[in-house]
Structure formats: C-alpha cells, structure tokens
Design a binder for this molecule. Sequence first.
Ligand code: SF4
Length: 389
Amino acid sequence: MQETPRGSRFHIGFFGRTNSGKSTLVNSLAGQEISLVSPVSGTTTDPVYKSMELLPLGPVVLIDTAGLDDQSELGSLRKEKTLEAMAKTDLAVLVVSSQAQDFSQEKQYIALLKEKKVKTLCAVNCPSGEAPLRLPFDLPCIALDAGKAEAMPGFKKFLIDQADWDFENPPVTAHLAPEGALVMLVMPQDIQAPKGRLILPQVQITRELLDRRCRVISVLPDGIGPMLEALREEPALVVTDSQVFRQVNKALPKAIPLTSFSILLSESKGDISSFLEGAKALDRLSPGDRVLIMEACTHHPLEGDIAREKLPQLLEKFVGGPIDFQIFSGPGFPKNIGEYQLILHCGGCMINRRNMLSKLSEAQLHGVPMTNFGIAMAYMNGMLKRICY
Ligand code: SF4
C-alpha cells in the first residue's frame, strides 16, 4: 500500500452557492483540473474527492461540492450528496463570489456546518481584483482570485494558520502495549482476505505498532500455541480478527490481554464508550425486531461475509428467533433509521473519524443505539470482560 487511505486523511470541504468559484479554487489548490469548471450553473454534480499532500501538514482530501441552490432536475439529489460530504468534513471553506448581494444561502451553510460542529472559513472570490465584500457574518476570511495559481501560497498559509490540525486519528494501541512491546496479531487468511492481501485494519494496526517501535508477530489462529511455545517472552497484547475471538481465547492464557482489530478501530474512528453503551441494546432485542447492519464501503460480498452471514446468524441465536435485518453499504445513512431497534456498524476503516462521529450523532438524534461489529461479537460471545480496549 503506497498511499495514505482516505479514511486517515484530513478532509477539507468546499461549500457555497453554484458558480461562486468552488471548483476553480479546488483546481487551483490541487494544481490540476479535478473538477469541471464552467459558467453554467450546477456543473459539479456528485462531490468530487481529491487526495493530495498539503505540505507541511500532510495528507488531505479536498471535497468539491454542488451548491445547495441548485435548481436543476438533479438538484435535490445533489443537495443530499452535499450534506453527506458535510458529515465527512473536518474543515469547511465557504466560497463566496465578490458579486454576491444576497447572503441567505451562505447563512444556511453556516448554520448547517455549525450544527455539525465543523470549523468554517470563508474565501471571497474576487476574479477581477474587486474590493472585498462586507460580509454579514463573522468567519475568518480571505479575499483572493480563485483561478490564480499565484494566490495559492497565501491561501494555503491561511488554511494552515486558521485550522485546528489535531486531526490525526489517535493512537489506539498506546495504552495497551507500551513502546517496544511484543504484540501478536492473529490474522485468519480466509476468503475475506484474498490471497496476496492483508485487509486494511490489519495494515493500519501493524503500521501504528511499528511506528511505536513494537515488535510485531503475526500468526494464523491455529498457530497461536506453537508460537507461544517458541517465544521467550509472553506477548504484551494479542490483537485478533473478531470472528475468531472464541478460538483465540481458548488458545491463549487468560493473563495475556486480548482485543480485536475492529474494537481498536472503533476507538480511533468513533467513540468507544457510545459503542459499548449501544451494545447493551442487544439484551433488549426480541425476535421480529429490526436491526440495521451498516458497512461504510461497498464491496462484493463473499461467502461467509461477516455482515450478511456471520453476524446475523450469531444475533438470531443470541436473541432466540428471527430478526428483520437490513444491510446498508456505503457512506451516509438510510432515511428510515428511526425504525430500527439497533444499528451494527463495521469498523469503518475506509471513512474518517468525523464521518463515523456524524453517524453516531445521527443515530443518537433518532434515539437508536449503535455499536460496532467487534464489540457486538464480543458481547454476544460473553467475552466483553475478557477484551481490553
Ligand atoms: S466494510 Fe467497513 S471495516 Fe470492512 S473494509 Fe469496508 S469500511 Fe473497512
């Protein structure tokens, strides 16, 4: 893997009414044409995502969005996508045309971003060097010509100076394994992990441990016993795939701390205390209840898929009867989330922390408990006390 995954990048969203210069500004900042620029209103349809390095800060994703004032036939769909993009945005730039006279749309943007607690900056696009506008709102602001490459160093400095750059996903192993510790990773190489590949959560946790100078050993589930015998010291921590919790627990002395990739991810991508609280709803489920299983990315489901087979089977056994499941894959939420008794979410390795926290708030807003796959599996296997997090 050569690139920082999108889910680990800081997301900068560009918002504003149609033809305010958002796409021009994104293209200039990226130094390449990533969004179609045209004087025709509503040229940007779905949000456009561009990964780049914004030095000296590091990997970011620029999101160019459609205007909320888009009156075209596809307008409402575009608005939905723009709101979805807001849920992933760590820092917002509201682009305002120097020709603007009515600021109702801009105020609407500011209210929506404030509601989502997204820090918002303003860029006034003055293509002909007009005098900057007097804006009826109080945001950190810069006036520039969005189409001029020469304006970009000043704009980058503005972004860097104004933003809170503590966006790094917090290390999730630090409190479980000190620097230099020996850590064992249990990684089943089944149909879910195609030949020649490791899955992203395994890659991310391995990289974090190596960054912290830990000594990392990897085994298959049936290799735990032989490896423990071969080692001169016990691992300080064992991290496993949640699907083999029981098997790993059996093979491991009780004194060795155990956790899972998914549970570690739930801490870096979300709020583990909310997920633990959400897991209690498993006890309140009855046959016939509705459970929403969410995956943050779309992928081709394989035989033995955790979301479509293993988790539903375990849950129905736990509840003692059939459950009405719905699977939702991809970003965002289905519209009917209030109809569910519980939401089970994947580890979210492909999305950023902001996006997962937005999903959690949305679930809380509708009064629906939400937990993650790994925590749910540990809970239903009666192993939550055995697991460390
Ligand atoms: S379903 Fe979730 S945990 Fe699995 S790969 Fe996609 S984002 Fe990552």
